[in-house]
Design a binder for this molecule. Structure first.
Ligand code: FES
Length: 178
């Protein structure tokens, strides 16, 4: 009789152990799956990045005709867009606009063609200077000296009615060509 009870107790203990193992393996599997999912997010996001980026540049008003003097270069600012579809407009960025004559304008990216530092327009010498490595550009945006391999990148620019508009892309230095 006692041996029957012992055997039943042993069976119960063994069943409890098995249940505990099953429970622990489920917990381990659940936690492991969660960690794997969290680690997979950056990988999947970077794989989808080319699809999620906005590819269409946008025309943006940067001023009215009377805001620009002929033969002068002026910095304009406008809202930049994040390259991701789910985001909204997030920050200000800038460009240099030069009014050549009448309705003829040129718009330069503010970013140096070397490594992207913002260049500074110096009216007195009519040069764009890059503070990072000494890149210099002429007033038409062409390279004058220093490490930049080419002239400043340009935005397409147009006059619509009285408005001056430039066509911007999220990353002008790589998406636009002079
Ligand atoms: S970033 Fe302008 S010269 Fe290097």
């Amino acid at each position: 009789m006692d041996s029957d009870k012992e055997q039943t107790a042993l069976q119960n203990t063994s069943r409890e152990g098995e249940n505990r193992r099953k429970f622990l393996s489920k917990i381990t599997l659940g936690v492991g799956s969660f960690v794997a999912a969290v680690l997979a997010v950056p990988v999947i996001t970077s794989m989808l990045d080319p699809v999620l980026r906005k590819k269409t540049p946008r025309w943006r008003k940067v001023g009215s005709l009377e805001d620009f003097e002929v033969d002068k270069t002026k910095m304009v600012s406008f809202k930049d867009t994040s390259p991701y579809k789910w985001s909204t407009e997030i920050s200000q960025t800038a460009a240099y606009v030069r009014r050549e004559q009448g309705d003829t304008f040129t718009a330069f990216s503010i970013n140096c063609a070397h490594l992207g530092c913002p260049v500074r327009w110096v009216e007195e010498s009519e040069l764009f200077l890059c503070p990072c490595h000494g890149g210099v550009y002429y007033k038409d945006g062409s390279r004058a000296s220093g490490p930049p391999p080419r002239g400043l990148f340009k935005y397409p620019i147009r006059v619509v009615g009285n408005n001056v508009e430039i066509k911007t892309a999220p990353i002008p230095i790589t998406n636009m060509r002079a």
